[in-house]
Design a protein around this ligand. Structure first.
Ligand SMILES: NC(=O)c1ccc[n+]([C@@H]2O[C@H](COP(=O)([O-])OP(=O)(O)OC[C@H]3O[C@@H](n4cnc5c(N)ncnc54)[C@H](O)[C@@H]3O)[C@@H](O)[C@H]2O)c1
Length: 420
């Protein structure tokens, strides 16, 4: 088996029957090699857990990017491209180990597949991580090298801004590849997606209120928001416009104070937030905040926030919330405004269109609640199933012959002639 091998890229492409390994080393001589592995042995999982992770989470392709002289160590994970090119941001983080970075990129890219699918987008799921300290390790060479690796994937992966990245680094990446979204408005892009993300979270909160209380009005409802950052700030403004009673916390008290002064919210210490007696708890800071330490302190009817991966262990904590009678609005469903916004940029950005599409989060969230009730399952399981159902349904469309599938040259010419 022959492969065209590109400089500095190490590919692992995972298929159902075989695994192909493409590797290039930094010498002038191009080496080609492939490895056929008929099945994943339990023993290999023990020795090299990455293979087990790949099989469990069903990824298509993992790309390791190396440029030692620039300090670049990046991993691009393409989870699923059934619905379209894999879209997902690049995160720069000071991971404690390479294994931690791999785990993170695998988990995040899978989430992007479901997020795109449930949001009705024709996109697959992917994500990239750059291992390094965002405060110290940034340089032009590193990000432009990363941009070239993204470009080498020829559109199978489209990147965007994520944690640890700023517009400056996105511009460096954009200098090397067109496969970037969420670029600054000054460069013809859609700019910061946070206002649209927050609008979607607000729609998700309203849908959850409708489900729990029979009305989506938030007037007089007690809502606690964790974090006073970009998403939280825009969300607090929406909540204020409905006269909700807002409680806020941030590890930087001055941020919480500033937002409270603007919105009339009450500031609470980060530790006291979990046990606060509220209608709605909205985590808008970090992931994994519903965990073994916090879950028994929660004193709310609804959890609906903008943070990614709110449940520390998706299945177990989702089930515990269900048993406690707390309605959970799945995070990737209600925080999808950001991806909807940057996806709109790929078709020529239209803010009104992006907001209109984001407002559909309300109906999608209600549909998930209905599906969960009907099947007696958690809301997170319901949204995963609905996302997978769309991927399977749309993925199978190629079974239907259409005029796009030219099966011969002559027919292709006829098709073109008929359209002329
Ligand atoms: N920005 C987007 O468009 C977008 C889209 C989808 C998901 N998200 C997710 O939403 C969350 C918030 O994103 P953002 O863009 O507003 O980030 P941000 O950095 O602007 O805000 C996060 C805030 O949380 C605070 N914080 C951190 N730990 C905290 C704690 N333990 N208690 C209270 N506050 C704490 C930080 O000080 C910061 O002010 C993140 O999890 C992000 O991944 C954001």
């Amino acid at each position: 088996m022959n492969y065209t091998v590109k400089r500095g890229i190490f590919y692992l492409s995972f298929g159902s029957a075989f695994l192909s390994l493409r590797r290039n080393i930094l010498t002038k001589k191009i080496m080609q090699e492939s490895l056929l592995i008929p099945k994943i042995e339990k023993t290999s999982e023990k020795n090299f857990p990455l293979f087990g992770e790949l099989a469990n989470l069903e990824h298509e392709q993992i790309v390791f990017c190396s440029r030692p002289e620039a300090g670049l160590r990046a991993i691009i994970a393409i989870h699923d491209t059934t619905l379209g090119p894999a879209l997902g941001g690049t995160r720069m983080w000071n991971y404690k180990s390479e294994a931690e970075a791999v785990k993170d990129v695998l988990r995040l890219s899978r989430g992007m597949t479901y997020k795109a699918a449930i949001s009705g987008l024709n996109l697959g799921g992917g994500k990239a991580v750059i291992i390094g300290d965002p405060q110290k390790d940034k340089n032009e060479h590193l990000f432009r090298a990363f941009g070239r690796f993204v470009d080498g994937l020829a559109g199978r992966y489209i990147t965007a801004e994520d944690v640890g990245m700023t517009e400056k680094e996105m511009e460096w990446i954009f200098a090397e590849t067109k496969y970037v979204t969420g670029i600054p408005k000054s460069l013809g892009g859609s700019g910061n997606p946070s206002p649209v993300t927050a609008y979607g979270v607000y729609m998700g909160i309203k849908a959850a209120a409708k489900q729990a209380y029979g009305s989506d009005s938030l007037a007089g409802k007690r809502v606690s928001i964790q974090g006073a950052g970009s998403v939280a700030s825009h969300l607090a403004r929406h909540l204020k416009s409905e006269n909700a009673e807002i409680y806020l916390s941030d590890i930087f008290p001055e941020k919480a104070d500033r937002l409270a002064a603007e919105t009339g919210a009450i500031v609470v210490s980060p530790d006291d937030l979990y046990a606060l007696n509220v209608n709605i708890f909205s985590p808008c800071a970090l992931g994994s905040v519903v965990n073994d330490d916090t879950i028994n302190h929660l004193n709310c009817d609804i959890i609906a926030g903008g943070a990614n991966n709110i449940l520390d262990e998706e299945n177990r904590h989702g089930e515990l919330l269900r048993q406690k009678g707390i309605l959970y609005a799945p995070d990737y469903v209600i925080n999808a405004g950001g991806i909807i916004n940057i996806a709109s940029e790929m078709e020529g950005y239209n803010e009104q269109h992006a907001l209109e599409k984001t407002s559909r989060i309300y109906d999608t969230t209600l549909e998930i609640f209905r599906f969960a009730d009907e099947h007696g399952i958690t809301t997170n399981e319901a949204s995963n199933r609905l996302a997978k159902r769309r991927i399977a349904g749309v993925g199978n469309l190629s079974n239907i012959y259409s005029s796009k599938s030219h099966f011969s040259k002559r027919m292709g010419e006829m098709y073109l002639r008929d359209r002329a």
